[in-house]
Design a protein around this ligand. Structure first.
Ligand code: HEC
Ligand code: HEC
Length: 233
């Protein structure tokens, strides 16, 4: 259970059913369940993941073809048209989970499924530490930019009010392209991405909520960025 709770099916983790108790948490309302969940996750996920550490040098060689899309600022996915996600500054542990989801079909995206096919978890780890580079961290004095939308108040338990994922398995959203965030949330809601946790949360959002939450997180700084090409040697 602990080892792969985030991959467990909706039958094991019915978050929607737990939205009953509320309490205040740095200025916002969060469910008791969520706070408990994030504590459990924060304390057990890292050891439970059994994730190998990546090697940047190996990753730079393996991820060469990925740069054609992920190292070009504002590059677009065609049909439908939305921005290719920023990976620089993201948690590498999360990038590995995302790549596994494309490889095993939990995320359906033809190009990324093709790009994720045939690699080992070690190769994913290597590419992820290279692509991510230094992880985005907010200074203690950082304040969220703009007013957090009402519908985003449950999200902060895992993604922070500043958009920095609170554990290495939770994606950082700060400064991510708004159109990509919208696309991802719509996919969790409609089933293009199957994820027990996010399916529950995104399912509760209207299209308007999704737009305002995406705009809010896209505006947060410090920010994710396009991958940096390694200097030639
Ligand atoms: C043709 C362009 C293209 C290439 C080449 C490409 N990607 Fe992607 N990548 C995308 C797009 C578009 C998405 C968003 C897909 C979606 O909507 O789920 C994405 C998503 C991702 C994500 C998920 C990011 C997140 O925030 O969840 C990771 C990780 C990733 N790519 C890594 C790679 C790696 C590693 C390679 C090389 C082996 C690669 N990509 C090659 C276009 C590309
Ligand atoms: C219990 C923790 C938790 C909560 C609460 C939560 N998320 Fe997530 N979120 C995750 C995890 C874990 C993932 C990665 C899922 C995957 O592997 O696809 C994720 C993924 C995402 C992504 C995709 C990021 C990317 O780079 O592709 C977006 C966008 C997102 N969440 C937004 C939200 C919003 C908006 C809310 C509130 C309505 C929310 N999340 C609530 C844990 C959480």
């Amino acid at each position: 259970m602990r080892r792969s709770w985030w991959n467990s099916g909706p039958q094991n983790l019915n978050i929607a059913a737990c939205f009953s108790h509320e309490y205040r948490y740095p200025g916002v309302v969060v469910t008791k369940f969520l706070a408990a969940l994030s504590i459990v996750v924060a304390s057990f996920a890292p050891s439970g993941l059994a994730q190998s550490t990546g090697d940047v040098e190996r990753g730079a060689k393996l991820a060469y073809t990925c740069l054609g899309c992920h190292a070009i600022p504002n590059y677009k996915n065609a049909y439908p048209n939305y921005s290719v996600p920023k990976l620089r500054g993201q948690h590498p542990e999360y990038l590995v989970l995302a790549l596994q989801a494309y490889r095993n079909g939990e995320r359906s995206h033809a190009t990324m499924s093709a790009n994720a096919a045939g690699w080992t978890d070690q190769q994913f780890a290597d590419m992820s530490v290279f692509l991510a580079g230094p992880v985005v961290k907010a200074p203690d004095t950082a304040k969220p930019i703009g007013k957090i939308p009402e519908a985003a108040q449950t999200c902060v338990a895992c993604h922070g009010a500043d958009g920095i994922g609170i554990t290495p398995q939770y994606p950082t959203l700060a400064g991510q392209h708004a159109d990509y965030l919208e696309r991802a949330l719509t996919d969790y809601k409609k089933g293009g991405r199957k994820n027990a946790i996010m399916g529950g949360f995104a399912g509760q959002l209207s299209a308007r909520d999704i737009k305002s939450i995406a705009a809010y997180y896209a505006a947060q700084r410090p920010s994710l960025d396009a991958v940096k090409r390694p200097a030639r040697r």
